[in-house]
Design a protein around this ligand. Structure first.
Ligand code: NAD
Length: 406
């Protein structure tokens, strides 16, 4: 994050004070989460919430549950949220949260306890006008429902707008679950159009088969693309003729994993990044495309569904190879955009149809795509640096107008 921010700041000629303000998170909170386990033992987990910047509005950002998460990772993710919200022009700042735990080794009751205690510890931080969490890796609608319930119990009133990504029957938005994948589909199709490639002639490889990866694959498949490779944490699958995607989705739904799926040849996650394809969608986690992997990628378009899938030192290699990159802070912004729609609907108490959600999302993704490309062309930089310039410029303008309170 810092490497790319630095380059954007250079092009924008940011003054040192604004530079330091924008690179520093506003608030970093570490909480301990003691939980009585099912066998009576007490375990103490560590939770984080980082608010990177609230110049543009209340901060917004997901909460991930992961055994190897670090405060530094959460800080980078929180900053990306700031630039992402600014790129899609929604009135939010950036934040991110996490609990260092492995949900695959926890019962549902333990996950609920962790979620509720994490929320209770952050009551002064969260709030519809302060900081609004959302789902991320290993968190889902049920966890968002527990966050909403815990916050509402303490505030003695129903507060649906305190969290997004809730179940539909509990104030969720139509289209939210698919929103990140739909955003990926929208920008991929615009990139193909720009490069003169037809969806029906396009081979796509998708890393990660969770919310973002599986829905991106599904929606691109629906538009005629051939999905030649998919993967999850258990490994990858390749079929040059195209994977039967409905079968893979059904398999993953039944088994909660792609392990032993038999519709394709087994490959590793690293091999997936290097398969013969036209579009590569890394949609699993950060630091996948390293400087060692970058020279071997065959795709001509990379659409970053995940946050931070490309290591900064691989940027130059990908740029020199002329690969058209749709960077994470644009490509996966569909999620936070529909989270914003959910927050608006909660506050209005009036709910939109799925068509309304999807068409408003499409308009925002197209405008943002065009603005990122135009900025990259204006400064003669990569799409990634163009996206950073656009986001950082918008936030710094608001910051200067608000001034420094002291
Ligand atoms: P998820 O938990 O639903 O899915 C993650 C997927 O990645 C799973 O299929 C998992 O098996 C796989 N995976 C994990 N480690 C892997 C590895 N080393 N190699 C290959 N696959 C691996 O999470 P998600 O919500 O789909 O999020 C994926 C990425 O997208 C994350 O970077 C997240 O921050 C980002 N993102 C998510 C949203 C959202 O709305 N969910 C929005 C914006 C960005």
């Amino acid at each position: 994050m810092k490497d790319r921010f630095q380059i954007a700041a250079h092009y924008l000629e940011l003054e040192p004070g604004i530079y330091n303000y924008l690179i520093t998170p506003t608030k970093q909170v570490i909480v301990s989460i003691p939980i009585q386990m099912d066998d009576g033992r007490i375990e103490v987990y560590e939770g984080y919430r980082v608010i990177h910047n609230q110049s543009m509005g209340p901060s917004k950002g997901g909460v991930r549950f992961s055994p190897d998460v670090t405060l530094d990772e959460v800080k980078a993710l929180a900053a990306w949220m700031t630039w992402k919200c600014a790129i899609v022009n929604i009135p939010f700042g950036g934040a991110k949260g996490a609990v260092k735990c492995d949900p695959s080794k926890l019962s549902l009751t333990q996950i609920e306890k962790i979620t509720r205690r994490y929320t209770a510890n952050l009551l002064e931080i969260f709030g519809p006008d302060r900081d609004i969490p959302a789902p991320d890796v290993n968190t889902n609608e049920q966890i968002m429902a527990w966050i909403m319930d815990t916050y509402s119990m303490h505030s003695r009133q129903i507060e649906t707008a305190v969290v997004t990504g809730k179940p539909l029957f509990l104030g969720g938005s139509r289209g939210r679950k698919e929103a990140t994948g739909r955003g990926v589909q929208i920008v991929t199709l615009y990139a193909m159009e720009k490069l003169g490639i037809k969806p029906k002639e396009t081979r796509v490889a998708v890393q990660g088969f969770g919310n973002v990866g599986s829905i991106s694959a599904k929606l691109l498949h629906e538009r005629g693309c051939r999905i030649v490779a998919i993967s999850d944490v258990s490994g990858g699958f390749y079929n040059a003729k195209g994977i039967d995607l409905p079968a893979a989705l059904e398999y993953a739904r039944q088994h909660h994993s792609l392990a032993d799926f038999n519709g394709a040849d087994k490959i590793s996650n690293e091999e997936l990044l290097e398969v013969d394809c036209d579009v590569l969608v890394p949609a699993a986690r950060e630091d996948q495309i390293t400087r060692f992997v970058a020279p071997k990628i065959k795709a001509m378009i990379i659409v970053e569904g995940a946050n931070g899938p490309t290591v900064a030192n691989a940027d130059k290699i990908l740029d020199e190879r002329g690969i058209f990159i749709i960077p994470d802070i644009l490509a996966n912004a569909g999620g936070v955009t529909v989270s914003y729609f959910e927050w608006v609907q909660n506050r209005m108490g009036y709910y939109w149809t799925e068509d309304t959600v999807n068409s408003r999302l499409e308009r925002i993704m197209l405008e943002s795509f065009q603005e990122v490309i135009a900025t990259a062309e204006k400064y003669n930089v990569s799409n990634r640096i163009g996206a950073y310039i656009l986001g950082v410029d918008r936030v710094s303008k608001v910051l200067r107008a608000r001034g420094i309170y002291s």
